[in-house]
Design a protein around this ligand. Structure first.
Ligand SMILES: *[C@@H]1O[C@H](CO)[C@@H](O)[C@H](O)[C@H]1NC(C)=O
Ligand SMILES: *[C@@H]1O[C@H](CO)[C@@H](O)[C@H](O)[C@H]1NC(C)=O
Ligand SMILES: *[C@@H]1O[C@H](CO)[C@@H](O)[C@H](O)[C@H]1NC(C)=O
Ligand SMILES: *[C@@H]1O[C@H](CO)[C@@H](O)[C@H](O)[C@H]1NC(C)=O
Ligand SMILES: *[C@@H]1O[C@H](CO)[C@@H](O)[C@H](O)[C@H]1NC(C)=O
Ligand SMILES: *[C@@H]1O[C@H](CO)[C@@H](O)[C@H](O)[C@H]1NC(C)=O
Length: 416
């Protein structure tokens, strides 16, 4: 008699707990705002594409941060195919839609103006200020220098919506002219910078900082989930505003403080190839604007020597299977990248997807970010990393709920 009662009570308790957990999970998830990320269908890992991308990253990082405080950022715009992760946003009332690159390595938002007459503006969506009832004039001239040219125009103020969140009075750049850039080929219309305010030109408050001050996000956090190492064209992953989705990664996030809030920069414990230590205590930057890993010159040379690779990272190989892992240790936790991710094999030629430009820190693009879910915690100035879940295990995330329900049903039956 009493054992029946106990089993029934346990069944009710299990059911209640399951429901409570499901409800709290649902309310937490409801606070997240998701934006699908697209990737260029022309993405390729040829030697030429890797070299072009390395040059592009070099231009992006060859700027002088202290000069940039009153000047203008360098935003490279060529070789679009390998570094573009982009998604849909809208500006103005009624909404005008734009595809923008989400770039954690810069901090300004800019899009082409309807008044732009340069070739690069023609095959892109352009912003028509006259058609927006929420547009406000600013008129300050801005100019962004590229490796090969520049874009320039005037600052404007309007509402900007991303993932269902509308920021009022966002300042952004309307591009009027474009000189010597390769923007014509870009699949996105503009760039949405997600770095810290210190990187922003003209002291413009970045979009996510306005989302925080306008209380649009429950937490001052955004996160990137780049699926299948970013190879999926129409659904390359998600940008999540307001938090992280634990179903997309396994285990807990490993948090590391941002060492200098401009780029998303932090200090690694060590970086190894197999058991060979390449660096200890190097700084690294999480940059969604590149697909590669970039190492400082001396570290790159040490890695190239292990593989007998040339200065472009090209070497003779038979299979990536016998090659050691790249191990990045952050806050005592090892983040392992197998050679099949950081080396691209084409016949007997292998190409390191680790490259070098002349800088003192590492830049972790999607060779790293595609494997590790990344939380960008603006409020606490820290980054969180965890291994992404494979698409299959994401489907299994409802499994614990099913198991709990089956258990409750079994206990209930036992009580009868
Ligand atoms: C950056 O600019 C500042 C101010 O103009 C200057 O003092 C500094 O030497 C520059 N640094 C580099 C590395 O060029
Ligand atoms: C952006 O979203 C809007 C509204 O959902 C849609 O009409 C538009 O086609 C989308 N743009 C692109 C390029 O997908
Ligand atoms: C844009 O061009 C239109 C004419 O096509 C003009 O009326 C308008 O003043 C221009 N806007 C700006 C901000 O220059
Ligand atoms: C911009 O919007 C205004 C108002 O809706 C419209 O009259 C004008 O034709 C638009 N300009 C362009 C170039 O589409
Ligand atoms: C336009 O924006 C700049 C940069 O934030 C600011 O310094 C300037 O005062 C603004 N001008 C107007 C007319 O609002
Ligand atoms: C990673 O991306 C490449 C294409 O760039 C693809 O061939 C490979 O299968 C992907 N790996 C995994 C595990 O998804």
């Amino acid at each position: 008699m009493s054992s029946h009662f106990t089993a029934r009570a346990a069944a009710l308790l299990a059911l209640t707990l399951t429901l409570l957990l499901a409800v709290s999970e649902a309310s937490r998830m409801a606070k997240l705002h998701r934006i699908a990320i697209h990737r260029s269908p022309n993405f390729e890992r040829s030697q030429k594409a890797v070299a072009a991308e390395r040059d592009l990253v070099q231009r992006k990082y060859s700027q002088n941060l202290s000069q940039k405080a009153n000047g203008y950022p360098v935003e490279p715009l060529s070789n679009f195919d390998n570094y573009q992760y982009y998604g849909n946003i809208s500006i103005g009332t009624p909404p005008q839609y734009f595809m923008v690159q989400f770039d954690t390595g810069s901090s300004n938002l800019w899009i082409p103006s309807v008044n732009c007459t340069s070739a690069g503006c023609y095959d892109h969506q352009t912003y028509n200020q006259t058609a927006s009832s929420t547009y406000q004039a600013n008129g300050t001239y801005f100019s962004i220098t590229y490796g090969t040219g520049s874009v320039s125009g005037y600052l404007a103020v309007d509402s900007v919506s991303v993932g269902g969140l509308t920021v009022a009075n966002q300042k952004f750049g309307q591009v009027y002219t474009e000189v010597g850039t390769n923007f014509v080929d870009a699949l996105f219309d503009g760039i949405l910078g997600m770095g810290f305010p210190a990187l922003a030109a003209d002291g413009v408050v970045p979009l996510f900082q306005n989302m925080i001050s306008q209380s649009l996000v429950a937490n001052s956090v955004f996160s990137f989930y780049l699926r299948d190492n970013g190879s999926t064209v129409n659904y390359g992953g998600e940008l999540i505003l307001g938090g992280s989705d634990p179903s997309l990664y396994s285990g807990g996030l490993t948090y590391v403080p941002v060492s200098q809030p401009a780029y998303w920069e932090f200090i690694t414990n060590s970086i190894k190839i197999g058991s060979t230590i390449i660096s200890k205590g190097d700084a690294a930057i999480a940059d969604t604007g590149t697909s590669l890993i970039i190492a400082p010159q001396a570290e790159f040379t040490a890695i190239a020597a292990i593989f007998s690779a040339d200065s472009s990272g090209v070497f003779y190989c038979t299979s990536t299977k016998s090659m050691p892992d790249l191990v990045i240790t952050i806050q005592g936790v090892d983040f392992r990248i197998s050679a099949s991710y950081y080396v691209e094999q084409s016949g007997s030629a292998c190409q390191l997807l680790i490259q070098s430009i002349n800088q003192e820190f590492w830049i972790l693009g999607d060779v790293f970010l595609g494997l590790f879910y990344t939380e960008f915690d603006v409020g606490n100035q820290r980054l969180g990393f965890a291994p992404v879940n494979a698409a299959d295990s994401v489907k299994q995330m409802g499994l614990w709920k099913v198991l709990a329900l089956v258990m409750a049903w079994g206990l209930w039956r036992l009580g009868n």
